[in-house]
Design a protein around this ligand. Structure first.
Ligand code: AMP
Length: 303
């Protein structure tokens, strides 16, 4: 595995592969790799000739310096994990390579990025879209893999690719969860043991609403209520949002068709957690108008 830190070197390498007819897969990450990232790498590996993992803690997607500084970094362990996952190139540029002095061009997808995570973290999605577009330009991938865990980010990137006509296919990887349902996240390490024990309530809230939907309840107001109830019972937890949205436009819906997305965000102490669940087969079974869908489920198991 090669480690490349320079943008021009990475780009030269990617163009050579492209000219040589090799298919490149890209897995963008901010490092501190965990089972969720491994799921992305495992999905990408068999689909490409050359696998690039990028490791860049993107400063422009953080709305506070404290959060950026607090973000976990584990380069040595990440490099080892990438090598074990069959990565060909680990692209880990310094911020000065990605944002040279005088950098002033931004990509924004305001319709999808305005609410929810966009509202809670001003400027976050502008930073995400800009860095992802740059990564696509630099690494020239045929496809790139993103986690369904960050469903709004996924919707935004899909729209950016469509609007700008970028020649890259976006592949969604299912959310990897701990055995108790908590979505794996680099933020989980900041939970105290008590908070960690309470954190699976986000997934339970999503499941509760999905079960209600499966019994035929289509009203988003009632599904929201079903999500909020278990969350409200947890001490030290502050709900940021619990809603039902169209998964492509990320706009709230009044009624929940199969394929609609349940989304939730909450703060446990200082740690902000997000999760989501696609209304799929179970709700489809109870709904004669249904088509089905969903992103599947993946839990941590032996690798
Ligand atoms: P990050 O390093 O947090 O920016 O995440 C890099 C990629 O990993 C993003 O596409 C995330 O959606 C994805 N990811 C993070 N956690 C998970 C998870 N638990 N399951 C699946 N994908 C994930």
């Amino acid at each position: 595995m090669r480690i490349i830190r320079s943008v021009s070197e990475m780009n030269l390498c990617a163009r050579r592969w492209h000219t040589g007819g090799r298919r490149t897969g890209l897995v963008p990450t901010m490092g501190a790799l965990h089972a969720g990232h491994h799921g992305l790498l495992d999905l990408a590996r068999p689909r490409c000739d050359m696998l690039v993992a990028s490791l860049f803690v993107n400063p422009t997607q953080f709305d506070s310096n404290a959060d950026l500084e607090r973000y976990p970094r584990a380069f040595e362990a990440d490099a080892k994990a990438c090598q074990a996952a069959g990565v060909d190139v680990l692209f880990a540029p310094p911020a000065s390579e990605m944002y040279p002095p005088g950098f002033t061009t931004w990509v924004d997808v305001p319709e999808i990025g305005a609410r929810y995570e966009g509202e809670a973290r001003p400027g976050h999605f502008r930073g995400v879209c800009t860095v992802v577009l740059k990564l696509f330009e630099i690494t020239q991938p045929g496809f790139a893999v993103f986690g369904h865990k960050d469903a709004q980010q996924l919707a935004l990137i899909r729209r950016m690719v469509r609007d700008l006509g970028l020649p890259v296919r976006i592949v969604a990887a299912p959310t990897v969860r701990e055995a108790d349902g908590l979505a794996v996240s680099s933020r989980n390490r900041f939970l105290s043991p008590q908070q960690r024990a309470r954190a699976p309530v986000l997934y339970r809230a999503l499941q509760r609403a999905a079960q209600l939907r499966a019994r035929g309840e289509r009203s988003s107001a009632r599904l929201r209520q079903a999500m909020r109830k278990p969350l409200q019972e947890i001490a030290d937890l502050e709900i940021d949002y619990a809603d039902v949205v169209d998964p492509e436009r990320f706009q709230p819906v009044e009624e929940a068709p199969p394929g609609a997305l349940l989304i939730v965000a909450a703060r446990l102490g200082r740690v902000r957690l997000i999760d989501n669940l696609t209304l799929s087969q179970e709700s489809a079974a109870a709904d004669p108008r249904a088509g089905g869908g969903g992103e599947g489920r993946r839990s941590i198991g032996p690798r």
